[in-house]
Structure formats: C-alpha cells, structure tokens
Design a protein around this ligand. Structure first.
Ligand code: HEC
Ligand code: HEC
Ligand code: HEC
Ligand code: HEC
Ligand code: HEC
Ligand code: HEC
Length: 269
C-alpha cells in the first residue's frame, strides 16, 4: 500500500513538472477548437479574457524559428494543425491541380500580382489573425479570407460580394459575361459566362440563353466541383479542380464530359 501511495505521489509530481513545462510553451491540448465551441478555432476575436495566442505561439519555448510557431518557415506555418496528422480536426492537402504551395508567377488567367520572391501559400488567401478579412455573401464567418488577396488589381472584386467575385481578384478573366473583354498576357480575351447568382435549372438542364446579354452563367464552384475545392483536386483522375470522377485517358479529364453535364448536346443548334 505504501509503495502504491509513493507511486501516486511520484506520478502527481511528474505531472506537475510537465504541467509547468507546458505552461511556458503552447496550450496542450489546443484550447480553441470547433469541438469546444469555437468555429474559427484560435483565429481572431482576441480579448483580455481569451488565451488564444498560446495555441500557436510559445513565448520562450517555441519549437520553430518562424515567429515563435511550431514550424521553421512561412510556407509550413499552418501544417502543425492543418497538415496531415495535425492537431486540429481539419486536414487540408494541396496538389498541383489546385492551389499549389510554393508556386511562382502570376495566377492563371490574370494580369495581377506575380508571386516570385514570396512564393504563393495559405496566407495569400487567409489571415491567421482574422485581420483585414471579409465575410463573403452566403457565409457566416470570414473563413479568414483576405479582403484583398491580389493587391493592386481589381476588375470585378471591390471588397464585397460572393466567392466567385472574390476568386476573380486573382483570376479576373474567368468571371463576368462572355462579351466582356479582359486582358491576359497583353492580349484581349473573352471567357465562358460566370455569374454570382449561378445558373437557372429548369427540369434536368440549365437554361442557356447567352443572346439576351443577361449573365446566367454558373458560379466557379458549379464547374470546379472537386472534393477538396477550393484547395486541391482531391481525387486523382481529373485536373484543374474539375469533377474528380471523370473518365480516364490523356489528358485524364475529357473536357466534353464536363460540358455535357450542363449542355444537352441534342438540343445544340
Ligand atoms: C495551433 C493550431 C492551429 C494553427 C497553427 C493554425 N490553425 Fe487554423 N484552425 C485551428 C482550429 C482548432 C480551427 C477550428 C476548426 C477545428 O477545430 O479544427 C481552425 C480553423 C481554421 C479556419 C476556418 C475558420 C472558420 O471561421 O471557419 C481556417 C480558414 C484556418 N484555420 C486557416 C489556417 C491557416 C491559413 C493557418 C496558417 C497560417 C492556420 N489555420 C494555422 C487551429 C490552427
Ligand atoms: C492560429 C495561429 C495563431 C494565433 C492563435 C496567433 N497567431 Fe500570431 N502569427 C501566426 C502566424 C502563422 C504568423 C506568421 C504570419 C506571417 O508569416 O505572415 C503570426 C505572426 C505573428 C506576429 C509577427 C507579425 C509580423 O509582422 O511578422 C506577431 C507579433 C503575432 N503573430 C502576435 C500574435 C498575438 C499577440 C496573438 C494573440 C493575440 C497571436 N499572434 C495569435 C499565427 C497565429
Ligand atoms: C486560393 C485561396 C486559398 C488558399 C491558397 C488556401 N485557402 Fe483555405 N480556403 C479558401 C476558401 C475560399 C475557403 C472557404 C471555403 C468554403 O467556405 O467553402 C477556405 C477554407 C479553409 C478552411 C476551412 C475549412 C472548413 O471546413 O471550414 C481551412 C482550415 C483552410 N482553408 C486552411 C487552409 C490552409 C492550411 C491552406 C494552405 C495549405 C489554405 N487554406 C490555402 C481559400 C484558400
Ligand atoms: C491569392 C490569389 C488567388 C485567389 C484568391 C484564388 N486563386 Fe486560384 N490560383 C492562384 C494561383 C497563383 C494559382 C496557380 C497555382 C498552381 O498552378 O499551382 C491558382 C490556380 C487555380 C486553379 C488550378 C489551375 C491549374 O492550372 O491547375 C484553379 C482551378 C483555381 N485557381 C481556381 C480558383 C478558385 C475557384 C478560386 C476562388 C475560390 C481561386 N482560384 C482563388 C491564385 C489565386
Ligand atoms: C463553365 C464552367 C466553368 C466556370 C463557370 C469556371 N470555370 Fe474555370 N475552368 C473550366 C474548365 C473546363 C477549365 C479547363 C480549361 C481547359 O483545359 O482548356 C477551367 C480552367 C480553369 C483554370 C486553369 C487555367 C485555364 O484557364 O485553363 C483556372 C485558374 C480556373 N478555371 C479558375 C476559375 C475561376 C476562378 C472561376 C470563377 C471566377 C472559374 N474558373 C469558372 C470551367 C469553368
Ligand atoms: C455548370 C454548368 C455548365 C458547364 C459545366 C458548362 N457550361 Fe457552358 N453554359 C452554361 C450556362 C448556364 C450558359 C448560359 C449562360 C447565359 O444564358 O447567360 C452557358 C453558355 C455557354 C456558351 C454560350 C455563351 C458563353 O458563355 O460563351 C457556350 C459557347 C458554352 N456555354 C460552352 C461550354 C463549353 C465548351 C463547356 C465545357 C468546357 C461548358 N460550356 C461547360 C453552363 C455550363
């Protein structure tokens, strides 16, 4: 019995010591998670009564060299929680068919910012502290989305609106009416109708009436339907975040299959 008590005392002592060690490091386990009632986790809404900084930053005993986080670089700053096997329940993977971390150059179909010295990453779209963010039409939280992801360029995006308009800050040619001229690579170009409200479906097919000059085209997401939208392809048989169940072949996505989902080919002129 005495031995057992001694064992308990030792365990209690060890726990206290490690408790002290943790107190000077990060919150372990995380204090701000969706399961505990915080939909935005430790991101934003900081007050004198919250203890959120320590979910991410350790004042003296940081594990990484980047801004007292658990990681050593800006590009990996989110991995500790959102990477594979991370601390938070969400796992975000990225692959070359979607938004690739470390990409350099201008976003496809755009004339704005070129990511070169600061390679492209999570924080080009998200603000970790939920500052200068926007709640897009139809959403309940900001999802930490930056109000101006492509500084210096705004063809359609003016700081308010829905997700398709927001995407067009970086991919300006892909939004709007098919008669609206856009500049890509110095040349004038036109794109498939893409609208904020999305298309009207009557029966099995969307209503196609491009001649009336009213934009009833799909939203970005109605064409880019991948399971990991808006981050990556998800599956492996498609590309460009288009539906991931499409046919095989070279290239893997046979684009007619995408078009046929919306356009009843038997009724085309
Ligand atoms: C210390 C852990 C931690 C780190 C590091 C972290 N997050 Fe989070 N994040 C969370 C938690 C916890 C949630 C809430 C969801 C949950 O419980 O899994 C969350 C939620 C989010 C959300 C959803 C917000 C909402 O309102 O729905 C976004 C977006 C996000 N994180 C992006 C990021 C980005 C980008 C980074 C890197 C800059 C990052 N996070 C780093 C823990 C973390
Ligand atoms: C969800 C994780 C997370 C939380 C919670 C968090 N931060 Fe950060 N913080 C980051 C990340 C990621 C960066 C790096 C940003 C970058 O590289 O642009 C950062 C950077 C910083 C910086 C450096 C700013 C700069 O100009 O480089 C400071 C200061 C800072 N945070 C303070 C705080 C304080 C104070 C709190 C609490 C009120 C807090 N952070 C909460 C993730 C977090
Ligand atoms: C091109 C812009 C972009 C990039 C880059 C990006 N995200 Fe997102 N992310 C979004 C958008 C848009 C949403 C909102 C999706 C929605 O509401 O359906 C989102 C949502 C999220 C969420 C919330 C998911 C949920 O279930 O609520 C998390 C977490 C997140 N992103 C983390 C990350 C991390 C980590 C990275 C880097 C590996 C990253 N994001 C890179 C645009 C981006
Ligand atoms: C901050 C700027 C930015 C925003 C905002 C943004 N993107 Fe992107 N997007 C990029 C960059 C840069 C790439 C190139 C990445 C690559 O090819 O690896 C890219 C790549 C893509 C691709 C894949 C292209 C390919 O060749 O594989 C698609 C599809 C796409 N974006 C759609 C969207 C959608 C939909 C949204 C809104 C939810 C969005 N983007 C928001 C910058 C952005
Ligand atoms: C009518 C369906 C449709 C809509 C709406 C749509 N896309 Fe696409 N998108 C596609 C298809 C199909 C491809 C593949 C094009 C190819 O291979 O020639 C593509 C390719 C892309 C690419 C890769 C570069 C390129 O042009 O090949 C990006 C980036 C992209 N889309 C972003 C967006 C964004 C952002 C929106 C919303 C503003 C959007 N798309 C709306 C169907 C659509
Ligand atoms: C998610 C549904 C959807 C997909 C996928 C789709 N379209 Fe469309 N498309 C529409 C709708 C809806 C309109 C009519 C817009 C209007 O009436 O304002 C349209 C209009 C058009 C037009 C005429 C006007 C314009 O926008 O240029 C052409 C041409 C066209 N689509 C070709 C294609 C091709 C080629 C593909 C495959 C790469 C495709 N569409 C994929 C829904 C779709």
């Amino acid at each position: 019995m005495k031995k057992l008590i001694a064992l308990f005392v030792t365990i209690a002592f060890v726990l206290t010591i490690s408790g002290v060690a943790f107190a000077a490091g990060y919150n372990v386990p995380l204090e701000y998670t969706r399961k505990k009632g915080y939909p935005s986790g430790p991101h934003g809404d900081y007050a004198d009564t919250t203890n959120k900084c320590k979910d991410c930053h350790a004042v003296h005993l940081a594990q990484g060299t980047w801004r007292l986080l658990r990681d050593n670089t800006r590009a990996t700053a989110c991995d500790a929680c959102h990477g594979t096997g991370g601390l938070s329940t969400l796992i975000i993977t990225t692959n070359p068919e979607g938004h690739t971390m470390g990409y350099s150059g201008t976003a496809p179909d755009d004339a704005g910012t070129a990511w070169s010295t600061t390679s492209f990453g999570c924080m080009d779209c998200h603000s970790p502290h939920d500052n200068n963010t926007v709640v897009l039409t139809g959403k309940t939280t900001s999802k930490l989305l930056k109000v101006d992801p492509d500084p210096g360029e705004a063809l359609y995006w003016t700081g308010t609106g829905d997700e398709s308009e927001w995407c067009s800050d970086c991919h300006s040619a892909n939004y709007g009416l098919h008669t609206a001229a856009k500049t890509v690579g110095g040349a004038t170009r036109y794109g498939h109708d893409c609208s904020t409200d999305g298309m009207t479906i009557v029966g099995a097919w969307p209503v196609v009436n491009p001649g009336d000059n009213v934009n009833k085209g799909p939203t970005c997401k109605q064409c880019h339907l991948s399971s990991d939208y808006p981050h990556s392809q998800g599956g492996t048989t498609s590309r460009d975040m288009l539906k991931d169940t499409l046919g095989s072949g070279t290239p893997a996505t046979l684009l007619d299959d995408v078009c046929n989902d919306c356009h009843n080919t038997a009724t085309l002129p």
